[in-house]
Design a protein around this ligand. Structure first.
Ligand code: SF4
Ligand code: SF4
Length: 318
């Protein structure tokens, strides 16, 4: 049974209030279906909460606004011409290693490969690709320490811009081999987190963000979708649930009290869930809250590998 949630508090007065993000998200629904995009789109489609997104963009400090514009300008090169001569791929494992090395050369932190799954696609999105190459890029913890603030906003948008360059370059490299590939950066029309989980890059935390061993949640995600034959990575277990079940750090520190302390049924899957109607208006009002990411123990620089080993070790003893 889904928890009953109060009505959202918006940072401005709507003439006609949008539908609840929680009901659009399928909170409490027991049948599996694709997600519906609500906020943070590429501009390709009308979204129910796009007025909030415009408010977010226009109320951001100038540098954040500028970096956002530059990022969107860069992403016009997300797709392009495919070389006529196609390179044959006889060894998908070797090709996966080549592609990961190329991504790192272009600035990626960690890289994983997954099949494109239904849970990563929004309703109405017609996906022509089979495979996702998911890239993580860390943010500077010192810059992110003033969350929510101007410096953290600039650092977030800087990393979005850099990771866009990485996936745009990687997609162009794959197209130069004669295979289709398209880059997806911030404001993408796909869901990066399910792809990152399937690509073995981390697990979902109680705060609704990806947690990876290397950077905790202090990173950004971008993706290349392609049909290049590549060896697929397996999901990993770094013991995120083992800590989240007992930890309440993000639930206590979240100013609008948006983080639910137990898993919820969402579109037929039981998982951690953040109250969209509380988080997103607050996130917009503060131009990019993110306190939950900053306070999460996994996000402390260098802590993830030891924390994971300790939690997995404890599990072995019980
Ligand atoms: S702060 Fe604690 S409960 Fe929240 S995501 Fe991190 S480990 Fe999980
Ligand atoms: S981004 Fe802010 S408002 Fe949203 S869940 Fe995290 S701490 Fe709460």
């Amino acid at each position: 049974m889904a928890k009953q949630l109060p009505s959202p508090i918006y940072p401005f007065k709507y003439r006609s209030t949008p539908l609840s993000g929680n009901s659009i998200n399928g909170l409490g629904e027991t049948v599996a279906r694709r997600a519906t995009q609500i906020f943070h789109g590429s501009g390709a489609r009308r979204l129910e909460w796009e007025a909030l997104e415009r408010y977010f963009a226009l109320s951001a400090p100038f540098r954040v606004y500028w970096l956002n514009l530059v990022n969107r300008w860069l992403l016009r090169k997300a797709d392009g011409t495919i070389a006529k001569q196609r390179q044959a791929v006889t060894d998908p494992k070797a090709m996966a290693a080549t592609v990961k090395a190329k991504a790192r050369e272009l600035g990626a932190g960690t890289v994983g490969i997954a099949r494109v799954s239904e849970d990563a696609l929004y309703q109405g999105y017609d996906c022509q690709y089979q495979t996702a190459i998911v890239v993580l890029m860390p943010m500077d913890p010192a810059e992110m320490a003033d969350l929510p603030g101007k410096r953290s906003g600039i650092e977030t948008m800087r990393v979005y811009k850099e990771i866009s360059k990485t996936v745009i370059g990687l997609a162009a490299y794959i197209r130069s081999l004669g295979w289709p590939a398209r880059a997806y950066g911030e404001s993408a029309d796909i869901l990066h987190i399910p792809l990152a989980i399937n690509a073995g890059l981390g697990q979902l935390g109680k705060h609704g963000s990806l947690i990876c061993r290397e950077y905790g949640s202090n990173m950004r995600i971008a993706t290349v979708l392609t049909d290049l034959p590549l060896q697929i990575d397996e999901p990993i277990d770094i013991a995120v649930d083992d800590l989240c079940i007992g930890c309440r750090r993000c639930t206590i520190d979240c100013p609008p009290n948006a983080i639910l302390d137990s898993k919820q049924m969402v579109r037929g899957v039981e998982k951690w869930y953040v109250d969209f109607d509380k988080c997103v208006p607050y996130f917009t009002h503060t131009v990019g809250c993110g306190i939950c990411i900053d306070v999460c123990p996994w996000s402390k620089p260098g802590r993830g590998p030891g924390l994971s080993a300790k939690l997995l070790g404890k599990r072995d003893q019980t």
